[in-house]
Ligand binder design. Sequence first.
Ligand code: GLY
Length: 376
Amino acid sequence: MPAAAAPSPVDTIAVNLGERSYAVRVGRGLIERAGAEIAPLLRRPRLAVVTEETVARHQLPRLRAGLAAAGIAAESLILPAGEGTKSWAQLERTTEWLIEQKIERGDMVVALGGGVIGDLVGFAAAILRRGVRFVQIPTSLLAQVDSSVGGKTGINSPRGKNLIGAFHQPALVLADIDALDTLPARDFLAGYGEVVKYGLLGDAGFFDWLEVNGPAMAAGDRALRQEAVRRSVRMKADIVERDETEQGERALLNLGHTFGHALEAATGYGDRLLHGEGVAIGCLMAFDLSSRLGLCAQEAPERVAEHLARMGMKRRLSEIPGTLPGRDGLIELMAQDKKVQDGTMRFILARAIGDSFVTAAVPRPALAALLDEALG
Ligand code: GLY
């Protein structure tokens, strides 16, 4: 009989935050093993799982089987898919459902899904009974490399994205690489925008690695995907450990987001532009602006643009379908950014690939010229 293939190893990244410390587990088959992974954290063998329609179809049966295998009973709530779910209405629905399920202070809530579900369920867990524990099971690349780690939770206000929320760290994160198999190619590449961001903001060697391995990763190579998620999470964990509540360095994780959020707001937070697509375009604009200000060599934005093109990703504003507001409209949207301090916009700019910093010193004419050129 041929020997069974050895199970692929699972990586464990520790997020060291004192009594709020937790592990991020990255590997294949973690959803099937979720019961065994979560059981040591439970006071009683029952859980409440919150997910959304699309993820429920692909992943909820796997999770149910994994929990049942460890004798854990689970009730589930299935919310609508999409950014619109990060709303007061769905937060109310989720918290009331958790109360109906008699989730107690010592119980555990599971967020099974992408960034929308992770943010909403994490926030519900933060405010239910003044805080219950939760497990993140991120199923999109974006959620695995960014939103499931670091404890930012929240919903959108009709006046802006992520304006209502709390820091609430998960008790465990299970990033199952197999869950990425069912992601549409466009969603995978949007999440890849956040992966590239890590290389650009602080690890030139990682960007070199992505230039070589990005295409095979997008084509489905699971070992490369695991390595990219592991490296991204390690970088994020290091930054979050040093600056949990974003008093300084954590703002670097917003590279590309000032431009990206403005573009998302301009396109209605929908199908015209996904979050990670806005981040990728925004990263390139941040490098263009840095080069325009003489902070980095012109080759840096050229290299970023080449990599995005090779990955088949959007790079320029002209690739966003439909019309965009003009230069001043975009600047106004950028001024809504959470990084605005005392009315002054702050930007993440770069001295080179892998060397970024926060600054308020961006002269308005340089920003206007960049946007004029970008808008063509
Ligand atoms: N996504 C940015 C952060 O977690 O700080």
